[in-house]
Design a protein. Structure first.
Length: 117
């Protein structure tokens, strides 16, 4: 189980979730600046939502959401000052599959909901 969770964590951090370099983003759909906060929304070429969240002083803050090309949620991730911090919810076909816990950019816990069923 640790190997599965570790692999998932690596994939999430480097490839699947919240990596602008690994997703072919055709355009940044919306960027609204309000004081030091910036709301960012990224879309696929077909204008469907990829990812949305808030930047504060150029760093991710609060909950960011990621979606697949069918519009289903794939992740909700918490950030504080650009670092992973708090609960990350990972979905498979819009069903909650994993709950990961981060503190200061390090994973401190994980639950595989499929194993616990």
């Amino acid at each position: 189980m640790k190997k599965i969770i570790g692999l998932i964590s690596v994939l999430l951090c480097g490839v699947l979730v919240f990596s602008q370099n690994s997703i072919n983003i055709e355009k940044e759909y919306k960027k609204t600046k309000i004081d030091k906060k910036t709301e960012q929304v990224f879309v696929y070429q077909n204008d469907k939502l990829i990812e949305k969240g808030i930047l504060v002083n150029g760093k991710r803050e609060g909950v960011w959401q990621s979606f697949d090309d069918e519009g289903r949620i794939t992740a909700e991730a918490s950030f504080a000052e650009g670092k992973k911090n708090g609960v990350w919810l990972i979905y498979d076909n819009a069903s909650l599959k994993y709950v990961l816990h981060y503190q200061n950019d390090k994973r401190v816990g994980a639950n595989d909901l499929l194993v616990n069923r």
